[in-house]
Unconditional design. Sequence first.
Length: 221
Amino acid sequence: MTIKNRYYKRARIAEKNFRRIIRYFSLDISATNTAKLSGISVRSINSIYIKIRYRLAEECENYAQNDNAGRRSVAKQNPNPPKHKNSTAYTIFGLFSENGRIYAEIVPESIKCSLQSVIRGKMSIDGVIDSNDWHGYHGLLDMGYWKYYRVESNHRGLINKTPTINGTESFWAYAKHRLSKMKGIRKGMLYYHIKESEFRFNHRHDDIYLLVLKLLREKPI
């Protein structure tokens, strides 16, 4: 039997209790601890958390598409990656910092191996920047090694007009701290954890609880 819930389709959780779960999620409390606090099974909480992360990723992708002036584009790739793809396709991320916001994207497969070699100090980035797939990233993340690479200003092409490197460095410090608290992240969920970190970082001065409620009210999970 479903219960009326503006935020959760076919819900079996009362809206009042569901808002509590959103509150715990907004405070970055783990699914395990949220289950203990709410009295709802870990399996159910995990399912809700995953759906929220999908929604946050979608919001980040939509924002990138609507705010791509001055960038090659963070949105040219598939905006909806497979949700449980067991591969390393999402290991390398390119980061943009613009207008005080961070945008993270999966680097094109055609230059993934080259950029991985750059990050790990095996080749110079000069051999990559002339590629048609080079998007003028401000920073790169090798999630296989949890390593950040700073792209110098003269390697950013025509995309960046102001020195915004520190934004990506700050983002990685923030995301690394968040992700390191987790006991393990499935490969298929890595993209969504990065996008969740992007959302939280870009709204670090806002009330995440109210933002998430608004998103779910407009488009229930």
